[in-house]
Structures are given as C-alpha cells and as structure tokens.
Design a protein around this ligand. Structure first.
Ligand SMILES: Cc1cc2nc3c(=O)[nH]c(=O)nc-3n(C[C@H](O)[C@H](O)[C@H](O)COP(=O)(O)O)c2cc1C
Length: 130
C-alpha cells in the first residue's frame, strides 16, 4: 500500500451528500457467516476491517428480504426482523467508526433458488415466463 500513497483511488470523494474516505468500492460478496440470518460480532469485525483498510464504500453481501424464497441458505444475513437489524446496526456503527460507509445489497434470488432447497424447503422459487 505504501507505494500507492497519493493514488487517485485513495483520495476522498463526495457522492452527492455522502463523503467517502476513498474511491474504492467493495463489491458484494456472500459469506454465509450469519447464524440463522443474524449478523453477529464476527460480521461486524469483518466489515470494520475493510473500512479500516481504506474502503470508501462497502456494498454488503446479499441480504434476504422478508420472503420465503428470498435466499438459499439460512446463514445468509436477513435484512428484516429485530434481531437481524440490531446486528446490522452494530455493523454500521463499526464501519462508521472506522471511517467507512456501507449500503446493503437486497436479495430475492428468484429462479436461482431451487425448488425444495433450504432454508424454506416448502417455498417455491419465484420466476416468470418470457
Ligand atoms: C465469494 C464471492 C461472493 C460473491 N457474492 C456476491 C453477492 O452476494 N452478490 C453479488 O451481487 N455478487 C457477488 N459476487 C460477485 C462479486 O460481487 C463481483 O461482482 C465479482 O467478484 C467481480 O468480478 P468477477 O466477475 O471478475 O469475479 C461474489 C463474488 C465472490 C468471489
């Protein structure tokens, strides 16, 4: 990193009214590390570390919307419900403390979810015909 100090990617930038500590944006990357859909302290530490490393804007891993076919694994973090949202609140606090910004990626994987798959085996995948 020391050799790239002064690089334009590492400069602060404003996106409308949001000030970013760098031009680096982290792409969403699924982790399946949130037990029963609740992001815990390990998740908060993971995202904090990226902000500490200089990422300006973090796009979270895909998060489940409140629908039975939204995702294909129970440990994908939810973006609904008191417990999960409290977990995300901690994540946001940690990232902000480290100087970063973060936005969620909202997921409904639709046809990518197989019929009869976890975590809701009874729920049909959602699709449409062209
Ligand atoms: C481990 C891993 C998990 C990923 N999870 C997601 C995800 O949750 N949502 C998403 O839109 N893309 C996901 N991606 C895709 C990345 O966000 C990104 O678009 C991709 O890695 C960038 O370029 P590539 O096509 O050269 O790999 C994932 C990629 C990796 C490697």
């Amino acid at each position: 990193m020391t050799e790239t100090v002064g690089h334009v990617l590492l400069e602060e930038v404003a996106m409308k009214n949001v000030q970013l500590q760098s031009r680096i944006v982290m792409a969403p990357m699924t982790r399946v590390f949130s037990p029963d859909g609740v992001p815990n302290d390990e998740v908060a530490a993971y995202y904090r570390k990226r902000a500490e490393g200089g990422v300006g804007l973090i796009v979270t891993e895909g998060t489940a919307i409140d629908h039975p076919s939204a995702v294909m694994h129970k440990d994908i973090p939810r973006f609904y419900g008191e417990e999960s949202l409290a977990g995300w609140k901690k994540v946001v606090q940690e990232v902000h403390e480290a100087g970063g910004k973060i936005i969620p990626q909202l997921w409904h994987v639709g046809a990518a979810r197989k019929a009869g798959s976890e975590p809701n085996v009874e729920a049909a995948p959602i699709s449409h015909q062209a």
